[in-house]
Design a protein around this ligand. Structure first.
Ligand SMILES: [Zn+2]
Length: 217
């Protein structure tokens, strides 16, 4: 009989939200099947932030993820740009240039995800997870809550498994871990797998951003 590495957790124990970005675009449209398989096999709730370009490259996988009750789907933008009203860049990626551009960055993929899911996404994380204040309020007006992170789990999927595991295990109670699901050659899947045993021992409840999961089905 298969035993899950992470069980329902201890009632009242700290929660942890694992979030995985699918960034899309050139070099960013891969599918980390090992990670998705791990989450499904071990029944780990997670919030997946999916970019419009990744959806276009991976329509079948997207449908499967959207259909799963294990995952909550968030909006990772249309062109994967830092959300700004003046073009401010992050990591050398120029941001959206004005309020209209920022709204479009949120809204085009909002509509795509709404059609796929049958309901609008609740959460928004921009490409690079950078926002300015006005752009943040624009996303909220469009019905999506901008989300950052407490813990950089895989440093843009450049971290090896040991570092990913250490970051996940070092996340604060109630923390949000940002990692990636679009770089199958990275150490993310192996690192998350390596962290599961100690997460179980600590009683940590893994949840989606809306608080789903953490209860035994
Ligand atoms: Zn991204």
């Amino acid at each position: 009989m298969h035993t899950r590495l992470v069980d329902a957790g201890t009632p009242g124990a700290p929660t942890l939200a694992l979030t995985f970005d699918a960034c899309g675009g050139p070099g960013g449209s891969g599918v980390d099947d090992a990670l998705i398989d791990l989450l499904e096999r071990e029944q780990i709730p997670a919030t997946l932030f999916i970019n419009r370009r990744w959806i276009d490259a991976n329509p079948t996988v997207t449908e499967r993820l959207v259909a799963s009750s294990l995952f909550e789907i968030g909006n990772h933008g249309t062109r994967h740009l830092p959300l700004s009203v003046n073009g401010r860049s992050a990591y050398d990626i120029p941001g959206t240039v004005d309020a209209y551009d920022a709204a479009e960055e949120v809204w085009v993929n909002h509509e795509t995800l709404s059609a796929l899911m049958g309901r609008p996404p609740l959460w928004f994380r921009s490409g690079t997870a950078h926002y300015d204040e006005v752009a943040t309020s624009i996303a909220i007006e469009l019905g999506e809550q901008p989300v950052g992170f407490t813990t950089n789990g895989d440093f843009g999927a450049t971290a090896g498994p040991t570092q990913v595991a250490a970051e996940v295990l070092g996340a604060p109670p109630g923390g949000i871990v940002l990692a990636h699901m679009n770089q199958p050659a990275g150490g993310t899947a192996a690192g998350v797998a390596a962290a599961l045993g100690r997460l179980r021992l600590s009683g940590t409840r893994l949840v989606t951003l809306s608080g789903g999961g953490g209860t035994r089905p």
